[in-house]
Design a protein around this ligand. Structure first.
Ligand SMILES: [Fe+2]
Ligand SMILES: [Fe+2]
Length: 151
């Protein structure tokens, strides 16, 4: 059996993934301009991936006799990922995405440590897989950031 710390981190990660889905989706709709197209496509793809992450975290919570939270317990926190006032401000969204990915990376690192301490290799394995996905997202958006900062 796993620890309370593992269950808490799984719930936090679940809520963060759902918030990420909401903000990526919103920004994929809100952004305007020819140069935004690639970013919008990438965000749309990531919406599906992040939703898949939430599902896996929720299923793991269930296997641990816990459950994922509903919206009443939703602690929204992604300030930098709110849709920008100027709908052509693609760089603001890219920076917001990088904040969200860094946050997810930190949570999955904490989850790996907590799961290892609790002798819960199944949760640890899940956290390693999700960490690898988030690092790939970060790399992609760092590339976008480089390009946009040059201009
Ligand atoms: Fe994710
Ligand atoms: Fe991600």
């Amino acid at each position: 059996m796993s620890s309370d710390r593992v269950v808490d981190l799984l719930k936090t990660a679940y809520a963060d993934e759902i918030e990420t889905v909401m903000n990526y989706q919103t920004n994929a709709i809100v952004l305007d301009g020819v140069r935004a197209e690639e970013i919008k496509e990438s965000l749309k793809q990531d919406v599906q991936e992040e939703l898949g992450h939430a599902e896996q975290l929720g299923q793991r919570l269930k296997q641990l006799d816990a459950r994922p939270p509903g919206s009443a317990e939703f602690p929204a926190g992604q300030e930098s990922l709110q849709p920008p006032e100027d709908s052509t401000d693609v760089l603001a969204v890219i920076n917001g995405v990088l904040d969200a990915e860094e946050d997810a990376i930190a949570t999955y690192r904490d989850l790996i440590d907590a799961a290892e301490a609790a002798d819960d290799p199944v949760t640890e394995d899940l956290a390693v897989t999700l960490l690898s996905d988030e690092e790939a997202h970060r790399t992609e958006f760092r590339g976008f950031q480089k390009e946009y900062q040059r201009e």
